[in-house]
Ligand binder design. Sequence first.
Ligand code: GLA
Length: 373
Amino acid sequence: MILRFICLAGVLMTSTFSSAADDVIRTPFGKTKEGEAVDIFTLQNSKGMKVRLITFGATIQSIEVPDNKGKMADVIVGFDTLEGFLTEHPYFGGTIGRVCNRIGNAKFSLDGKEYSLAANNGPHSLHGGKKGFDRKNWIAESIITTNDRGVRFTRTSADGEEGYPGNVRLGVTFTLTNDNALRIEYDAITDKSTPINLTNHAYFNLAGSGNGTILDHQIMINATQQTATDETLIPTGKLAPVAGTPIDFTKYGKIGARIKEIKATPVGYDHNYVLEASSKDLKAPAAVVREPNSGRVMEVYTTEPGLQFYTGNFLDGTIKGKKGATYNQYNGFCLESQHYPDSVNKKEFPSTILKPGEKFSSTTTYKFLTVAE
Ligand code: GLA
């Protein structure tokens, strides 16, 4: 009796272990222009959901999730090969830092010193500069626990990298859980005070990547305010109510319903929402997106105070993506969790300064489910 139990426990343990180990497969994906080896990790959970991550940019390469009939599709807009990711592209799936979004006039002052950054968005700095975290090859290790599997990416951003102060040790841990959620946990420490604001720039299309526009998707964003901006998308420092405007998604609305009313060139959503306090403890979603034909639903949870909703306004058909698809305007949407844009120059916004001795941490989860037709 006792022997049988031990034996059974042994078998159970072995099977749990081997199935978890098989769930993270690391394979070579090519080399950067500098000759660094890039690897791709394939994670698979007990439901068959698959996520692929690459060391270049700590990038989400694909997410395969079922529709309401069980049919799988890759919902990530991007590339099949490393060559694609090495070209100039609008941040497909990448980890963005040291400071995501914009820093006005590409400069800031900290502890009485002025810092100048590369202006790569008109006069402003966007998404970490000329060679942000999304263009760096990260160190990676797989993490396997009884129920979950993941990859931890690490690197040190040296003092002076892209003009920012301090050596920053970074970690980004992606975990695929058995309830079809991809959790992203960021951590950082520094030896000098520095601004830090990290996000992921995945473009989603819940009908499947390359499968038309996202204009029929329905979205709800748990925010009654946005950070008001000038026409170059630099916040004024004021918060503005969304009520009565085309950016009000406090109730589900079709992304395409009022998009043409947005006054921007090119036309589309590119707004930072001020999330309601109820989303901060990860219990209430910051946003939910539904695709009516497939029934696929994505919920976004985050500890961050802001969410940039971007509808791929700049995609113009010039990029050849997965399976030869060309990506046109509105072929994907981004929900980038973050602190507000230009926080380093806005005393009234929650601070993005990380000081020596402190630990930065932030969590965002993209959870997938389906609803019946
Ligand atoms: C962010 C910005 C957009 C644009 C895209 C990438 O979402 O807010 O303005 O730069 O990245 O093209």
